[in-house]
Design a protein around this ligand. Structure first.
Ligand SMILES: C[S@@+](CC[C@H](N)C(=O)[O-])C[C@H]1O[C@@H](n2cnc3c(N)ncnc32)[C@H](O)[C@@H]1O
Length: 324
C-alpha cells in the first residue's frame, strides 16, 4: 500500500475523536475472582494451585525445561542459538522462524521470560481469568513458540475447573507442531489439565494472508491475542492494516482483543512524517472499547529462579479491547 493510502486508512480508523474520555481504567483488576459457591470452590482452587508448587514461577520454568529436554541435549544447541542471535541482530526474523532446526532452540531460549510474563498478565486481570474459567475459544496468531500455551495454562489453575473449557487455536507461520506437542505433554503431565479443560490445536499459516479460515477463526473467537507479534507483522504495513480491518469487521460483539508488545521503539509505526506507537492505531478504532490500557510495564522475574539459560525481563505495553 502506498504511504498516502495507508494514511487514509489510518484516518478512516481514527474517527474516534478523543478516545481518552471513554477509557476505562483497570479498576476491575483490583477485584479478585471470588468463588461463587464458597468453600467448595476455594478448596478446589487451592488443590489446583498446589500443582504449581510453592514456587509457581520456578514450576513454570520446570514445565518449559521438561518440554525442551531433548532440545537442550542437542550437540548443536549452542551453534543454533548463536545463529538465532545473529539473525536477531540484523532483524532477519524470517530466517529464524522458517528454519525448522532453529525452532525448538528458540523456544528453549526465548519463551521462559515471556511465559512468566503472560502467566502474570492472565492471573492478575479478572477479565482474562474469567475467560479461562468458562467455555472460551481463543485464537492466537504468532503463538507457535509456546509462551502463550505455558502462561495461559498456568493461569488456568487459578480458577475452578467446573465450567472450564478453554480451546486454544494456535497459529504461526513456522512449523511449530512438534515443539508445541512436547510443551503440551509437559503441561498435561505437571498441571493435570485434561482435554476438556484445555483443548489445543495448531495450524501453520500466515495471519497476514486473507482467507475464509482466518475470517472463521476471528468470527468464532471469544479472545484473540497478539503477544509480541504485532510489531513483526507491521513490517508489512499494508497487509497489517488489512488484518486490522478484518478484525474490526469479523470479531463478534463482546469478544476481546489482547495486544501485548514491546513498549520501546520496536513498536513504532511510521505513517507519513509521524511516528506512532502501534497501540495508537488500535486505540483510535471506534468499535473497540479499551478495557485495559498500560503503556509501559515491566515484568521482572524473581531473582532466585533457576533455568539453564538467562531469562529476559520485559518492558511491554498492554491493551485489552472489547468489540462493541
Ligand atoms: C517474537 S515471536 C513471539 C512469539 C510468541 N507470541 C511469544 O510471545 O513468545 C513472533 C512470532 O510471530 C510469528 N509470526 C511472524 N509473522 C507471522 C505471520 N505473518 N503469521 C503468523 N505468525 C507470524 C513468528 O513465527 C514468531 O513465532
Amino acid at each position: 500500500m502506498q504511504k498516502d493510502t495507508l494514511s487514509q486508512e489510518f484516518s478512516k480508523l481514527s474517527t474516534k475523536e478523543d478516545s481518552k474520555s471513554d477509557e476505562r481504567s483497570d479498576e476491575v483488576d483490583k477485584k479478585k475472582i471470588k468463588p461463587k459457591t464458597g468453600s467448595t470452590d476455594k478448596t478446589v482452587i487451592l488443590e489446583r494451585l498446589r500443582r504449581l508448587t510453592k514456587d509457581p514461577e520456578q514450576n513454570v520454568l520446570f514445565v518449559i525445561e521438561e518440554g525442551c529436554r531433548e532440545t537442550f541435549a542437542r550437540n548443536d544447541f549452542n551453534m543454533a542459538l548463536q545463529s538465532i542471535k545473529q539473525a536477531f541482530y540484523i532483524r532477519d526474523y524470517v530466517s529464524i522462524f522458517t528454519t525448522p532446526s532453529n525452532l525448538p532452540v528458540y523456544t528453549a531460549a526465548y519463551i521462559p521470560g515471556r511465559a512468566l510474563c503472560y502467566y502474570e498478565i492472565f492471573r492478575s486481570h479478572t477479565q482474562l481469568l474469567r475467560l479461562l474459567a468458562k467455555s472460551s475459544r481463543i485464537y492466537l496468531p504468532g503463538s507457535g513458540s509456546g509462551s502463550e500455551l505455558i502462561g495461559m495454562s498456568a493461569a488456568m489453575l487459578h480458577v475452578p475447573p467446573a465450567r472450564q473449557h478453554v480451546q486454544l487455536y494456535m497459529q504461526d507461520i513456522g512449523d511449530w507442531s512438534e515443539v508445541l506437542d512436547r510443551l503440551e505433554e509437559s503441561v498435561r503431565r505437571q498441571w493435570k489439565l485434561d482435554s476438556k479443560q484445555l483443548h489445543c490445536s495448531y495450524e501453520q499459516g500466515d495471519v497476514l494472508e486473507p482467507s475464509p479460515r482466518r475470517d472463521q477463526l476471528i468470527q468464532e473467537a471469544d479472545l484473540i491475542t497478539f503477544m509480541f507479534v504485532m510489531n513483526e507483522l507491521f513490517v508489512n504495513k499494508a497487509k497489517s492494516m488489512a488484518l486490522i480491518q478484518s478484525l474490526v469487521s469479523n470479531m463478534k460483539k463482546g469478544a476481546y482483543l489482547l495486544v501485548v508488545d514491546s513498549a520501546g521503539s520496536f513498536s513504532h509505526l511510521k505513517i507519513g512524517d509521524q511516528t506512532y506507537m502501534i497501540y495508537t492505531l488500535l486505540d483510535a478504532i471506534k468499535s473497540l472499547e479499551k478495557v485495559i490500557s498500560e503503556d509501559s510495564k515491566w515484568y521482572r522475574y524473581p531473582g532466585h529462579l533457576q533455568y539453564p539459560l538467562d531469562i529476559q525481563n520485559m518492558r511491554y505495553f498492554l491493551r485489552l479491547y472489547r468489540k462493541l
